[in-house]
Design a protein around this ligand. Sequence first.
Ligand code: SF4
Length: 475
Amino acid sequence: MAIHEECGVFGIIGGRRDDIARDVYHGLYALQHRGQESCGIVVNDDGVFSAHKDLGLVGEVFDETQLNALPGGCMAIGHVRYGTTGGNTRSNIQPMVVSHQKGNLALAHNGNLANSLDLRDSLELSGAIFHSTSDTETICYMITRERLKTDSIESAVLSAVKYLEGAYSLVMMSSTKLLAVRDPHGFRPLCFGKREDGSFVVASESCALTAVGAEFIRDVKPGEMLVFQSETPSADPVSYMGEPASKKSPCIFEYIYFARPDSVIDCIAVHDTRVRAGQILAREYPVEADVVVGVPDSGLDAAIGYSRESGIPYEIGLVKNKYVGRSFIAPSQDQRTDTVRIKLSPVKSVLEGKRVVLIDDSIVRGTTSKRIINILREAGAKEIHLRISSPPFRHPCFYGVDIDSEDKLIANHHTPEEIASLTGADSIGFLPLESLGEMSGCADYCSACFDGDYPTKIPTDPRKDRFEKKLSEAR
Ligand code: SF4
């Protein structure tokens, strides 16, 4: 798997002031799967912002000392981020904090702007100076610029987002307000809930609400801005609806891979979608086999679905070492090889002499699948029938997911039969593109990395190359 996560955002307002940084810490822990390279927390102590952020996992960046050093406050936000080794600079770590004539702004962003280069070019030509390579700083700049011209943060954000194209789920704080904003397409998830003590919590995924004891209220709607006030922290948020997009297009890959299976996104349970994907695969690509095995973690739910539909027993045939990061964190090919072997270990008694249906969520370059199939062969599997719970990747993503460039995507150069041969599988089957609606239970979604049908304008060549380069640097 060579796909990189995007980011996770979290915010809280109200509740026990002294525990607020610790609450964000627990929320970020629940969102760790969305970004493992850096993280940060900003606490708003009645208008005074204090931040701690650094490179590393949540548990590495924050210990008792760091958490105790952050003050209590009326609200706080946090962020987990993915970045490559080369571009994972400290200046890109979020939340970003800006001080301006009218106060402070702290902002955490999940997603990527498709027009970030155009925006940045025009801002730089008008005198703006940026300190990072992240499009998040561009959003900060746009909002701050509008804030200086308007009389409220709400007006500033509503004006600024008119310039933004692409994916942005934002959680931000002014001196007195917590805001949650989701782009009109709704590419990235964002939801909020409430705790018994009256505090409100905003998070990328509902699993983070559960982690801090908040009851899920609803998803932030595509194009919606929610405003929570520090003077009345228990009052329901005020909702503002911006310009609607022609079509909502939440990322279908959140359901297939990114989100945690215990999350619910846009009223759809992620686990259920993955089980359905497995059931569809069993109908579309039946095979005589002895056992169904999922590649942990995101292949497990689909393996259950395949087993249920086919009647072939589901077994744990691969065990994941929980203490190894996802293989894509490895910066070099050699290191990735090691990581797959250390991360996944075969259960020989399940596999030896068996005809195995192996379920994984996707194939990017094919190298990871080949290694996993090797591991199964070495454990004595007689046949391996690979079933993939997504359609073949054919295109890059401009909305916050680091999918390899087109020339590196195996499905761009090879037929399914060739991919089976290259990976060492006896047969292969991909989830049909036209089944994504049945899988997710929604009519509108983004599936551009599979079909090339982008919901927004995308950078055109040669800018596209530059965009991808900048994106890579920013990560
Ligand atoms: S292009 Fe793919 S990964 Fe990117 S938002 Fe669309 S479905 Fe998600």
